[in-house]
Structure formats: C-alpha cells, structure tokens
Design a protein around this ligand. Structure first.
Ligand code: PGA
Length: 340
C-alpha cells in the first residue's frame, strides 16, 4: 500500500466521487485505460476489492469507502499544507490591497511605513476614496482590508475599531467665536458652512447631528477634499467640521482654530473592515494585527491651534471591542482560517 502512488489515490478518489471511470479519466486528463490501470495497481496493493461494477455504475466496497475517506483526509491535509506554504511565501512577497476613506489618508500611510519596512517584499496598494466609493469596492470584494469611519450597514462584514476619530468644528483664527466656551449648536447653525461632498462619511456624521438636534446647515460651499476645505476656512469662506486627524502635519493648521461647540467633538472611530465570508490572507491578517498595536503606539500629534495650547489627544487607541450589529473579530489561526 505504501508503494501506491499519489496519482493512483487521485484516480481512485475521482472514481469514488464521480462513480464512473469515464468521468474520472476526463477530470484528470487521462485515457480510460490509464485510469483503469492505476486503479488495478492500487487494488493489488491494497489486496482487497475496492469497488463493484453493476452495469456502468461503480459501488464502493467497505474497503473502498474506508480508502475514500482516507484520501479525503490526505488531500485536505496536503491542501492545507500547500496553503500554509504559499502564505509563508506570501508574507515575503505577496500583495496587500488596502482601501481607505479620504480622511484616513492622514494616518494610514504613516502606519504603513513601519509595516513595509518590516516586510519589504510585500507589495502594498492603497486606494483612497470617499465612503460611498469604498462601500462599492467592499461590496465587490476588490481589496483585502478597508479602513472607514463607521462599519457599513446592510453588508455582512467583520469590523474592528482601532483608533479614535474625533470630528471637530474648525474656524479661522480670527473668527469671533474663537475662544468662546460651549457655543450652542443653534449659534453654529447661523454660520455659513463648507461641507464635504455627498457620500463622505464626515458629511454624513455632521448632517446626522444637525438633523438629530433639529437644526439646518447653512451650506455655502461643497468641496471634495479636506485640504481644500481647510484652505477655504482660512480664506474666510465659512466654518466646517473635519476629523481632527486632518490637522496633523499641516501648514494651514496654524491658521485654524477648533471651536468649543456643544455636542462636539463628534466621537467616531476608525474601523478595519472586511467581508465576513472573506478568508484573510496571512499578509492581511498580519497587517490587521500590526494595526492594532501600531494604533496604540502612534505618537500624540501636537495641536497647533492658537487657542488650544499644548498637545491635543489626537490619537488614543481604544481596546478592540465587538461592534454592535457586526460579528466580533475572528482570532482563529492562519491554518484554520484558510480551510475551504
Ligand atoms: P470621508 O470618511 O473621508 O469619506 O469623509 C471619513 C469618515 O467616515 O469618518
């Protein structure tokens, strides 16, 4: 039996599964006489009849059934081994396809830096688009992992919060509301507003707050970029609400002030998300693990607003917790995750 070849076992497995020499030979691209010969050699090696043929149909004997389940286990183990090996190779030379919402570009590349240095063979692609586009990509399973400001509703996903994302009210340094305490939302609603484009997660959060509090937004302008919005605020075109992350490492930041308005900051979080049916590659899983610890270690970024001296707690990482309405993150091993 030990001298039987892997090929003979493959032919037998196909024969047992398909119940026909013709179909088994076809599946394995063999001629029928070759398939019959392989089975004969295997039967001789086992020393027991493996099947009975009635008309054209094949019926497995008890020995045949036992061999069939042995083959399955064997092929499954080999399959898993192959995946493990390719994942191991993959960690050195595979791809990581990451898609993030517009605002996440303020921290995602910085998080990627040390990861890429640690695994120089990994080819990383980073797609940046607004929430709406990102959800389309997620629905079409186009990337390995997604970073967005709120887990999507209506899509089966696994999501995990990993970083705070406070949304703050920004004004030019010389705005009359600068320095005022606990400004009522109604007062803010009197100011002209610069809004992100429809489909932006930031915009959705701001609109939701105003709606919940029964105020209308006086929209003066719509801009599809956080950077353009900051320039427009400095230019005196109006106020806006943006993620505090947009203030990092930026020249315009010194000319902006954060207003102390009731209900602000809107406390949001960044989530790492992937479709729940998706088998994460080892690279993607490794990045996810890295993300959890790297987010905790991100340095606090100094806040340059004139009115807020000292450091602002831009980045504080929460403990990963289960997301309401979404499945909790998996913690199974790479092997177990990759079972088909
Ligand atoms: P956005 O998303 O960049 O599309 O506004 C950010 C968020 O969802 O918080």
């Amino acid at each position: 039996m030990r001298h039987s070849t892997f090929r003979q076992l493959e032919v037998f497995e196909a024969l047992a599964r398909l119940g026909s020499f013709t179909r088994a030979a076809e599946e394995l691209f063999l001629t029928q006489p070759t398939a019959s010969m392989q089975i004969k050699k295997l039967t001789d090696a086992v020393g027991l009849q493996l099947y009975e043929q009635v008309g054209k149909r094949i019926y497995l004997t008890d020995a045949g059934k036992a061999l069939q389940s042995t083959c399955r286990e064997l092929f499954e183990s080999l399959n898993n081994f192959e995946m493990l090996v390719s994942d191991m190779k993959g960690l050195k030379q595979d791809k990581l396809r990451l898609a993030v919402v517009t605002t996440a570009k303020y921290f995602a590349p910085r998080l990627l830096g040390p990861f890429c240095n640690q695994y120089p063979g990994i080819d990383v692609s980073l797609k940046v688009s607004n929430r709406e586009r990102l959800l389309e990509r997620l629905g079409n399973n186009m990337d390995d992992l997604y970073i967005l400001g709120q887990p999507p509703e209506g899509l089966e996903v696994i999501s995990e919060p990993f970083l705070d994302n406070p949304l703050v009210v920004l004004a030019p340094n010389d705005h009359p509301l600068v320095g005022k305490r606990n400004i009522p939302l109604a007062r803010l609603a009197e100011e002209p507003f610069i809004m992100r484009e429809p489909g932006s997660g930031t915009r959705i959060a701001v609109e939701r707050l105003f709606l919940e509090q029964g105020h209308a937004i006086k929209m003066r302008m719509e801009l599809g970029s956080n950077e353009a919005i900051k320039q427009a605020i400095v230019g005196g075109l109006g106020l806006s609400v943006l993620s505090r992350h947009t203030l990092a490492l930026d020249a315009a930041t010194g000319q902006l002030a954060t207003l102390d308005v009731e209900h602000f900051p809107i406390q949001r979080q960044w989530y790492a998300v992937h479709p729940s049916g998706k088998q994460l590659t080892v690279v993607a899983q490794t990045f996810l693990d890295y993300l959890r610890s790297a987010a905790r270690n991100l340095n606090e970024i100094p806040c340059h607003h004139a009115q807020q001296a000292g450091a602002c707690p831009l980045i504080t990482a929460p403990e990963p917790v289960a997301t309401p309405g979404a499945k909790s993150p998996r913690s199974t091993s790479a092997m177990a995750r990759r079972r088909r």
